[in-house]
Design a protein around this ligand. Sequence first.
Ligand code: SF4
Length: 319
Amino acid sequence: MWSFSRDQTLRSCERKYYFQYLSHAYLNSPDPWLRQIALLKKVKNMPMWQGECVHEAIAEFLTQIQGGRQVPFESLALALQQRMVRDWTFSEKRQFREEPGSVGRSGVALFEHEYNEVPPETQIADLVNEAREMLGSFYRWAQAHPSFLADFKTAKRRWIEPPPWGDGAPGFAVGDVQAVTKVDLALHLADGQFRIYDWKTGKRPATEKGGASNSTQISIYMLWPHLVMNFPLGKVGSSLVYLGEAQAQEVSFHLDEELALETKQIIRSSVEQAQRWENYAKSGRLKIENIDFADSVNECRKCNYKSVCRAALTRRVIP
Ligand code: SF4
């Protein structure tokens, strides 16, 4: 299984990649070190968690519209608040340490609680307000784009936060490997076009270079309808919608032959690299003590795995 986020993890730190994908760590592993890794795999930082909650609220809004129901903003915002307060309470009490198996169902495991790094003055009410602002940004954007709602309602087929795995999950094969494309929303429109949306709960990057990774990600997503459902490239479009400001910023993308070729090449070389790591792991030649640390100390400071990894670093490396 390959995904863009897997590729990004390997680019950020080989050790992190090992912990996340190759360690075979389970909550019921007999080895306490592996059990700790399994728990840390579930940890998210506050912005990631806020983003996940906003995505869930947007999916609920779209699901209700799909069912022919109108959803007032306030009821969406209330559900968002209730979920966030529940998650926060679970995490603040460190319940995830006692009940790691219920993370996701009963609450969240926040990095800031796991490492006692909650910034001073942090209030759950402020975090809820920030998420509510992002949801409001989406809601206003949707109302200001009646064509989006019309396209959504009349679409021949809709995928709203589809599960990334299982039959019919978005993605395509690269040799023996399945590439997963975790789209937020995809529409097969009534006019025969195919459109993919990705909600970004941050600000639009100020430079093209800053947004390069987002544009690679959405290009990969656009290959799914082209390769699996045979949509011509000219009929596939996508939008990144940035919700980190009061007025959402939408950036649209299309794939031409050249960009599609380039994107396939990026995927192929990333898959080959992942397979090399997989083979090292299978052959038993991969030992954590032989894997490099991240280039940047800052990467370690914000890393989920620092409690199982940093012990091996000296103060000379991390002051
Ligand atoms: S603590 Fe640093 S070296 Fe270790 S996994 Fe995290 S980022 Fe990589």
